[in-house]
Ligand binder design. Structure first.
Ligand SMILES: *Cc1c(COP(=O)(O)O)cnc(C)c1O
Length: 473
């Protein structure tokens, strides 16, 4: 790239690294982080300025080289930022209840207490207190999982993707796993059934068509090489119109007749009857097991409302094989997750407690009037704060379950709409993300929208505080 005189002059004016370091030493910035990190931060700050000058068009016209003080200030800010946690709580104002990017299911209080109690010191993670010898880590949750679902045995791994990988690898490596073409799904991110299957060593054997698959399609595909019949819950979309799929009871019966294990990847892991709460039906774990399938897998942090985990339930003999797979060791769950999962599952001993204690379930089943009450409260709070330049109103809207649960369900909700006289909706949305407790909101047609279904009462003040901050220059 050809530099002109103006650019050369700007580069000359940039503060020297040594000068910045000297100033930072006087300001005691070196006490805040190891010397090497501070020096590297200086270098990259100056490096970025150089880049900006070199890239600037028309010889950097309008570009003012920052002073030594300004650069030192910027470096100090970056060093201070090292002390600020990167992984932080946020306010989820999106209305997507199980938002994968926002950590999916919030944990219940009991889970948090158990995590602290178990992880602060030592625990009986792999120690059988009765026998006084080595135990199995998943024994802490397998009994309660079996009691609640009717499964014969249970195993828990890192997440549901790991659960699917592990089961496929155990039952179908080097063999064919038969699956309907309509179920070769992508969950989002990197999880695509055909790719997971390939990594597991199972050979994909597609049957049927995208919209219709019959029992005879499975029957015809079964042969010497068949290791598994797999059914995947199409958890994030719906095929409508001229469709047909084989139901699990028929598939389980076919598997039994031909001596081939049948697996159901449920995805969400719902233990409650969603239709009791005016929601669409989400297949429950209990009824899926009752169909006679050999193994069921689902996530811990979707509708179940617990920590990230992959839960594998099913027949004892099948799970024995899965437990012996060496891959299990690589996918294993840690003690904090186990503590949280155990506490979450205990809430299900009493459905009422699960519905109030697990925030995801509470929010999904909360009557609209409650959401509306919270919306009015927020509106009152904001009006009382007399924040300048904001136009506020309430409007009807819809929340979504997210997290591969209830894919087409629109859950009625109340939204607070905000317009600023000074800032565009995009600018407001961006500023809201930059507060100490960031607020993640939606935008529609130049309005910033806060969905009150996913906002907790104790978060209303955080929003007021942020909007007051927004009004300040
Ligand atoms: C979500 C989902 C997965 C992946 O589960 P993770 O817990 O995100 O690893 C796999 N299968 C189905 C059907 C799902 O819905």
């Amino acid at each position: 790239m050809q530099m002109d005189d103006r650019q050369k002059e700007l580069l000359r004016q940039l503060p020297k690294i040594d000068e910045i370091i000297l100033l930072l030493e006087q300001k005691k910035v070196f006490e805040r982080a190891p010397r090497e990190i501070v020096v590297n931060t200086c270098r990259s700050a100056v490096g970025e300025l150089r880049e900006a000058i070199l890239k600037s068009k028309k010889g950097g016209k309008g570009f003012v080289a920052p002073s030594l003080d300004q650069v030192a200030e910027a470096v100090t800010r970056k060093v201070e930022n090292l002390h600020r946690p990167s992984l932080r709580r946020v306010v989820n104002a999106t209305g997507i209840v199980l938002h994968t990017n926002l950590g999916r299911a919030p944990l219940c209080e009991e889970a948090l207490h158990r995590v602290m109690d178990v992880s602060r010191g030592y625990s009986n993670l792999e120690y059988d207190l009765e026998k006084g010898k080595r135990g199995l880590r998943y024994d802490h949750v397998s009994k309660i999982l079996c009691d609640l679902t009717g499964a014969e045995d249970a195993l828990v791994v890192n997440n549901n993707a790991a659960a699917v990988l592990l089961v496929l690898n155990t039952l179908a490596a080097g063999k064919e796993a038969v699956i309907s073409r309509g179920e070769l799904i992508e969950i989002g991110g990197e999880f695509r059934i055909p790719e997971v299957m390939e990594k597991s060593g199972a050979i994909l054997r597609e049957v049927g068509t995208t919209n219709r698959t019959h029992l005879s399609d499975y029957e015809k595909a079964i042969g010497e090489k068949t290791g598994l019949l797999l059914k995947v819950h199409t958890s994030n979309f719906l095929i409508m119109g001229f469709t047909e799929e084989v139901q699990l009871p028929e598939l389980a019966a076919l598997g039994r007749k031909r001596g081939i294990p049948v697996m159901s990847d449920l995805g969400s892991g719902c233990l409650i009857e969603t239709e009791k709460f005016g929601l669409k039906k989400e297949p429950t774990v209990q009824e899926t097991l009752k169909t006679g399938v050999d193994v069921v897998t689902f996530s811990g942090d979707k509708l179940l409302g617990g920590p990230q985990a992959g839960i594998i339930l099913g027949r004892r003999e099948t799970l024995e094989r899965v437990k012996k797979n060496p891959l299990n060791r690589a996918l294993r769950i840690d003690k904090m997750t186990l503590a949280a999962l155990e506490a979450t599952m205990r809430l299900y001993l009493h459905e009422g407690e699960a519905l109030t204690g697990i925030r995801g379930l509470r929010v999904l089943t909360e009557p609209l009037e409650e959401v509306e009450r919270r919306a009015k409260k927020l509106l009152r709070l904001l009006k009382k704060a007399k924040i300048e330049g904001l136009t506020l109103s309430l409007k009807k809207g819809n929340s979504m379950a997210g997290g591969g649960s209830l894919p087409t369900q629109e859950i009625p909700s109340v939204l607070l709409s905000l317009r600023s006289s000074k800032l565009s909706a995009n600018a407001v949305e961006q500023r809201l993300r930059q507060f100490d407790t960031p607020i993640i909101a939606r935008i529609a047609e130049e309005e910033v929208l806060f969905d009150l279904r996913t906002i907790d009462t104790e978060e209303l003040d955080i929003i007021r505080h942020a909007l007051e901050g927004l009004a300040r220059p």
